[in-house]
Design a protein around this ligand. Structure first.
Ligand SMILES: Cc1ncc(COP(=O)(O)O)c(C=O)c1O
Length: 395
């Protein structure tokens, strides 16, 4: 992709600079007796927790174990940054499996989707760069942009004409060496609608911008083997990076950025949200490795989810309750904050865990119920809920 050449050159130059200074970092698994981690009392390797306490003050790693990684099961703590002793080898396995899932060059596991978005954006976007961001993008995207202070263009939600207006104007006046980015979600968290990704990527290419896609809500549920909408649309090689969280459909803790090997190297060396925080507990690694083949094979789950979502939108429509989008995130916009709370409370009293979503999570005047449909909700339950939602709104 031609527009990536200048950005990749920027990263390669920065990394070469670090190599020249002897400051280039890569992630290395723990080796040798631990004089690096922050496991000051020795609880982190599980031994003290499992045995119920310390037997003697001298109980410690043995010098006989020199050169061997200490026992880390159950690995309840990351113990240190991934750049230090927090890079357990399980993460190499997890990242390789995830990269294969996306048929992508590289993956970097991060602690959460929030820090992955905030860290990725604030690392790759520099002040003076220009970023077009969908006005409904998640708070962590806004926070990433707040840190790096680019020139920002918030385009109207999913509005291609507005996006193109911004791209065209910026491309015509772009200062040399400054990069352009477009950031969007693939499935929006509060509106449950999809972005017109293929058209966004085309526009971005036409005007020389890089695309970053937050796939938090689509990962697991769309695409070949569930790897997301970017892969479903065959756009992997045409986007700069995607961000995925484990904390939603994948049912595990943590998150990751998927992109090129150069991007991964750049983040490992520059991303403060990776460098200056304790790694995820290695105990979580096997959850990822266990989950991945199951989710990949779960076309039945994805089918049931889609059927349930379509069914529930139709059930509400039959009862005169308008919704947005057609996905498993079903927003029922009520507008008024206290009314939304009243309706949600009524449904909670009937036994449903349904929450009112109010500003600033959604724009002023668009308070709503956000109903999250799952693959294992029965048709009878959905039918009954649709009745109760309609009643609660009328009441
Ligand atoms: C669109 C979107 N991106 C990112 C995140 C953050 O992900 P995580 O919960 O893993 O921090 C969320 C979670 O609320 C989200 O809805």
């Amino acid at each position: 992709m031609t527009q990536q050449a200048s950005l990749f050159a920027r990263w390669a130059e920065a990394l070469d600079g670090l190599k020249g200074q002897g400051r280039f970092r890569s992630l290395k698994p723990p080796r040798g007796l631990d004089f690096t981690s922050n496991d000051y009392l020795g609880y982190g390797n599980g031994r003290l927790l499992a045995s119920g306490g310390r037997e003697s003050p001298g109980e410690s790693q043995s010098l006989n174990n020199r050169g061997v990684a200490p026992p880390r099961s159950p690995g309840t703590s990351g113990l240190a940054s991934r750049l230090l002793r927090g890079h357990h080898p399980i993460w190499d396995e997890v990242e390789a499996a995830l990269a294969a899932w996306h048929n992508a060059e590289a993956v970097l596991v991060m602690n959460s989707g929030f820090t992955a978005n905030e860290g990725l954006i604030s690392t790759v976007v520099e002040p003076g760069d220009w970023v077009a961001t969908d006005e409904l993008n998640h708070a962590c995207i806004a926070e990433g942009l707040r840190i790096c202070r680019p020139r920002k263009f918030a385009f109207r939600h999913n509005d291609l004409a507005h996006l193109e207006e911004g791209l065209k104007k910026e491309a015509a006046q772009r200062p040399a060496g400054r990069e352009m980015f477009v950031i969007t979600e693939s499935l929006f968290s509060m509106d449950g609608d999809r972005s017109p990704l293929a058209a966004i990527v085309e526009l971005a290419e036409r005007y020389g911008a890089h695309v970053i896609v937050d796939e938090a809500h689509s990962t697991g549920c769309f695409g070949p083997g569930g790897s997301g909408i970017v892969d479903e649309l065959g756009l992997r090689s045409r986007v700069l990076a995607t961000v995925h969280t484990g904390g939603k459909a994948l049912g595990v803790s943590g998150a990751y950025v998927c992109g090129s090997t150069l991007l991964r190297d750049y983040l490992v060396n520059k991303c403060r949200h990776l460098i200056f925080t304790t790694a995820l507990p290695p105990a979580i690694g096997p959850w990822w490795l266990d989950m991945l083949p199951k989710v990949t094979a779960d076309d039945a789950g994805r089918g049931a989810l889609r059927t349930n979502a379509a069914r529930f939108h139709a059930m509400l429509a039959e009862r005169g309750v308008p919704t947005i989008g057609d996905s498993y995130i079903v927003p029922v916009v009520l507008g008024d904050d206290p009314r939304s709370v009243r309706v949600a409370t009524g449904l909670q009293e009937r036994g449903y865990d349904i929450r009112a979503i109010r500003p600033p999570s959604v724009p002023q005047g668009t308070a709503r119920l956000r109903i999250s449909i799952h693959a294992d909700h029965s048709p009878e339950l959905l039918d009954q809920l649709a009745d109760h939602v309609a009643e609660a709104i009328r009441g």
